[in-house]
Design a protein around this ligand. Sequence first.
Ligand code: GTP
Ligand code: MG
Length: 590
Amino acid sequence: MFGKLKEKLKSALNVFSTKTEEEADDIPQEEVDKVLEDAGVAKEVEEKEEAVEEVKEEEKVEERESISKDEESTEKEEVVEKKEEVEEKDDLVQEEEKEEPQPEVIEDTESKDSDSSPKPAEKEIDEEEAHKIIEDANKSEPFIADDESEEKEDIPTSTQLVEEAKKHYAKEEEERKARKEEQKAHFAENIVDEVVAEETKVVEEAVVEEKKEEPDVIVSEDSESSTEPEEKKGFFSKLFSRKKKEEVAEEKEDVISEEKEKPIVEEEKSVEKEVVEEKEPVTEEKIKEPVTEPKEEVQEEKGFFSKIKQSLTTKTINEDKFNDLFWELELVLLENNVSVEVIEKIKEDLKEELVGKPLPRDILAKINEVLKRTLTEILTHDPINLLEKANDKKPLIIAVFGINGAGKTTTIAKLTNYFKQHGKSVVLAACDTFRAAAIQQLEEHANKLDVKMIKHDYGSDAAAVAFDAVKHAEKEQLDVVLIDTAGRLHSNTNLMAELEKLIRVTNPDLKLFVGESITGNDCVEQARKFNELVEMDGAILTKADVDEKGGAPLSISYVIKKPILFLGVGQNYEDLEVFDRDVMLTRLGF
Ligand SMILES: Nc1nc2c(ncn2[C@@H]2O[C@H](COP(=O)(O)OP(=O)(O)OP(=O)(O)O)[C@@H](O)[C@H]2O)c(=O)[nH]1
Ligand SMILES: [Mg+2]
């Protein structure tokens, strides 16, 4: 009984609660601001946000400075390397010069400033050596022979020779220095280009990375938000986004500092003290500054915001999303004979609890709680206890109404059995004079149950039969008069007029609508129409034993706003169950 609705409701609610959680938005900025303002932290948050922005700006400036320092240091390193190269070349040249049978090297004192390689000791050139140099030169340069006669006539003095040799080596030294300077400049140019290119690449990569990461932090936004991501981002999304930016900045700094530290370590090993001293401020001060201080700030910010985050539930659901999500649950309810009115009621109650409010941790439990509350409300009416009523009034007159085949006659027989079981005397009124076999059918039940039945002929006035039955009950001091009526549709005006007459004549204490629970919304619709015409006091739902859906009791109870007294749960007399709201809710899974 009602198993289908129970099962389907269960799965639909599971799906509903899961989807509600999935589709939930971040709390709108205004709402969070309000909560924060209430908590007295809104201003603090604003200040912290501004502080973070400032730190970011400083980081960027420092980053650029660091890069230019790096550029400088790298340039210096290259220069030092080049220097080493040049020195090596010098050494080679000197060695070559030594190998060539040259005179003792006469070093220009100026070269000491720029050339750090070990230099041969400066010697005084004596006359003998000077002659030897000239002789060697003459040997290797035969063209001098043309002027041999002149030279022989004017042989240079030793002082002249020495001066000449000095000039020669000084010139050579100058040329070498010029070459070195040129090479230095060339290397510096290359280094600048490389560093600039590297810096551009790092910055570009960081920007691309930021762009990639930004869309990921916009969680579950409305479709509008895609066009205005900045404005629509939720509070925590914004924080998360900033955290990403901070991480990117940190990564950039790490990359830069790594690149800077490498050459510096090498420099420290190989470069002369003079050069190292120039670079030290770059390593100790300029690089460490931007890396350490902002990190402390960032950690502080994370701690602060995470505390706020923990104090709030982060998700809400808006009305449009709720309606979308409710649609599936609505279908399940409709399929299970829950009327449109009841579905609307359930929807409104759920909406009130879920839309625009922070989603509870256990969403399914919350939905169950709301549903149970709604259904309990629907099924709660002033109870009608037939036995108590029978005690209070004698005879208690009960008339049943409903469409054809709903189970009126069978229910009359079951009620007879019920009253008899509880010691009440009963008389039956065979008021279905419209259908030929109806009187006979009721008579059989009366005989089996051993109760008196009042009948007239087929086609006679139903109201007159009912009147006779009441008179009989009054005369015989019977407790209860049960009036069986012909089945009819609300659209059958003649039969409905007959019904009105019967009620007017007998004035029943209880007018009960009998409906088949398995016909679902048809049954509900009939109940509504009967109730409009003749106000019902309650309902009995038959065939509940074969009703797997279970929505009808909810629907009829809600439509006629009256209690359900019994459920027919079989074809035997005892298959009449007193309706119990809590049992019904348990059967529906609540
Ligand atoms: N399974 C089951 N069958 C029932 C129940 N109540 C009635 N029936 C069956 O439903 C059929 C119709 O019952 P009736 O009592 O004749 O219905 P009615 O409303 O009197 O029909 P009309 O007099 O033609 O309007 C019968 O076969 C009954 O046995 C019930 O609670 N469960
Ligand atoms: Mg009948």
